[in-house]
Design a binder for this molecule. Structure first.
Ligand code: HEC
Ligand code: HEC
Length: 488
């Protein structure tokens, strides 16, 4: 049932703009080059182009982490949804109460919240934990990006059924309950067909945002049934970054376009349900606390044994080959905050290109954010697209498989050996089906796409190429490096 009436939430993974200046050549390997050889090597690997661009610090507002947590799990940043009784009729009671919530939220799953709509009706709407909480090895972790949600489904498929149920339960479409549900319904109808992914486990949040803002005035934020710009059905998939990394980062999102006031972007989620900018202004006063909560999160520790001596050997390799982009860990951590050009990293270019190249939809989105309410109200969000991807901090990297911005690589070992990466792979989506040797999910290599559980890296945006920085390691060095990565 859950997959049926399901919903999703949205969010705002804002869009961008551009400037490709400021790119400096960069040597990721600070060691002197000892490989110089007058005779050509038998297997010459092309030297990667190395261009990085340091992202400047963005000043953030301060908030209170514990108030932020409460707002995150029970606040009314979503203000339209399924009337409470209808929700329980459809979903049943969920008695796990993973978030330890009180009152009528105690029987609601953690990725939904019961709130009172502006007209007084108690409704249930999706919350940030739809995508920003997940289980690994049976532990439920807030801030771990969802890695198994099925977004291959058109979420508007069952809306007619839901409409009839709500109409029937509350006596037609003139009831207060219907009014409290109406915006949610409209948003799901708009999003449904345009945000379907090709495989389970990847996320369409960028696209959800694009569809929602196509239906909203950039200044008043009011809804229009007719979109202001036509949006196609193609979805560029992304993974979901872990929240505990944000405190190190000077830009949000894999493509680094989220600058300025970070928490302003959280209000993007509310675009699923709000009536106009008055609600956005109210939420704006609260999300500062949510950012403080996100900043308070620490990565989970690797739960299995680690060979400390071997990991120390891996640390040396890491510092030689990886630290220049990913930073140093341990007692004196450093993090360079680099955007790395597509030429240098070589991973799937679609997501970056979507934001850095001009197109009618992208020009609309850049203008929408930068010149509308989000970009001009106090503490503005700034959308800047320089192209390329952030070299992310690697804290808790053991827990965040699959890897790269599009989740195309199932294990860290495969990240570090590009020729071994599976072209078609499937996994069980069982959060305990973890591979300690390869560090990531156990997977089966397929010879072609079987069904939605196959990750097909030949699809547009789903490519697993690039990031060849571990390719030349010996097997033993790679294993040592993997051991070290478990400690981060
Ligand atoms: C439908 C799924 C979904 C929902 C719901 C959602 N997010 Fe996200 N969020 C994502 C995805 C996917 C990304 C990465 C997008 C990208 O980089 O292109 C992201 C990125 C972020 C980031 C940036 C992290 C980083 O390191 O760059 C923050 C912070 C964030 N979301 C906070 C929130 C908050 C707060 C809420 C609730 C108000 C929320 N999100 C709701 C999917 C979601
Ligand atoms: C020139 C800069 C650079 C160097 C050097 C580099 N990386 Fe990366 N790394 C990146 C970028 C950029 C990404 C993001 C790519 C993407 O998501 O498409 C990345 C992604 C990753 C990821 C996936 C992160 C995630 O959350 O999915 C891992 C793991 C990783 N790198 C490990 C390493 C290791 C280990 C080394 C050393 C062998 C290394 N990297 C060397 C730039 C670099």
């Amino acid at each position: 049932m859950r997959n049926h009436i399901t919903i999703l939430l949205v969010f705002l993974c804002v869009l961008y703009s551009c400037s490709n200046d400021n790119i400096e050549p960069f040597d990721p390997n600070p060691e002197p080059d000892t490989t110089e050889n007058p005779t050509p090597t038998p297997n010459p690997t092309p030297e990667p182009v190395l261009e990085v661009n340091a992202i400047p610090v963005q000043t953030q507002r301060n908030g209170d982490a514990s108030i932020g947590y409460q707002y995150l799990i029970s606040g009314d940043y979503m203000s339209s949804g399924i009337p409470y009784d209808a929700f329980l009729t459809g979903f049943g009671e969920n008695n796990a109460n993973l978030l330890g919530r009180a009152g009528d939220n105690a029987v609601i799953p953690p990725d939904y919240t019961a709130v009172t709509a502006p007209n007084g009706v108690r409704i249930v709407g999706p919350n940030c934990m739809q995508c920003h909480a997940a289980r690994i090895n049976n532990e439920f972790i807030i801030g771990l990006g969802s890695h198994d949600t099925d977004f291959t489904i058109d979420r508007s498929d069952d809306i007619t059924l839901l409409n009839s149920a709500i109409s029937f339960l509350y006596g037609g479409q003139t009831s207060d309950e219907w009014a409290a549900y109406d915006q949610f319904r409209k948003s799901i109808v708009a999003i449904g067909p345009k945000t379907k992914t090709e495989t389970r486990g990847v996320n369409p949040a960028d696209k959800i945002t694009q569809v929602l803002i196509a239906h909203r005035d950039k200044n008043t934020l009011e809804w229009s049934d007719e979109p202001y710009v036509e949006i196609d059905n193609a979805v560029i998939p992304t993974d979901v970054p872990a929240w505990w990394l944000l405190k190190k980062k000077n830009a949000m999102f894999y493509h680094g376009i989220g600058r300025g006031d970070f928490c302003k972007s959280f209000i993007g989620s509310s675009l699923l349900t709000l009536t106009d900018k008055a609600k956005a202004e109210e939420v704006d006063g609260r999300v500062v606390d949510v950012l403080a909560y996100i900043y308070s999160l620490e990565p989970p520790e690797y739960p299995f044994a680690i060979d400390a001596t071997f990991a120390e050997e891996g640390k040396v390799i890491f510092e030689n080959k990886c630290s220049s982009c990913h930073g140093n860990y341990g007692s004196n951590p450093t993090y360079p905050n680099y955007m790395v050009s597509l030429n240098s990293v070589g991973t799937d270019p679609e997501l970056s290109n979507h934001y850095s190249l001009s197109s009618p939809t992208n020009d609309y989105f850049m203008d929408w954010f930068n010149t509308g309410w989000f970009g001009t109200s106090p503490n503005p969000l700034e959308i800047i697209s320089a192209g390329g991807y952030i070299a992310p901090p690697l804290d808790g990297i053991w827990a965040t498989a699959p890897y790269f911005h599009n989740g195309s690589v199932p294990t860290l070992e495969d990240v570090l050996n590009s020729s071994n990466r599976p072209k078609y792979w499937s996994r069980s989506y069982d959060n305990t089906d973890y591979n300690q040797l390869k560090v990531g999910w156990n997977y089966t290599t397929e010879s072609s796409k079987v069904d939605k559980n196959t990750y097909d890296t030949t699809l547009t945006g789903y490519g697993n190429q690039g990031h060849i920085f571990g390719d030349e390691l010996t097997d033993i060095d790679r294993a040592a490096l993997l051991e070290y990565l478990k400690t981060l």
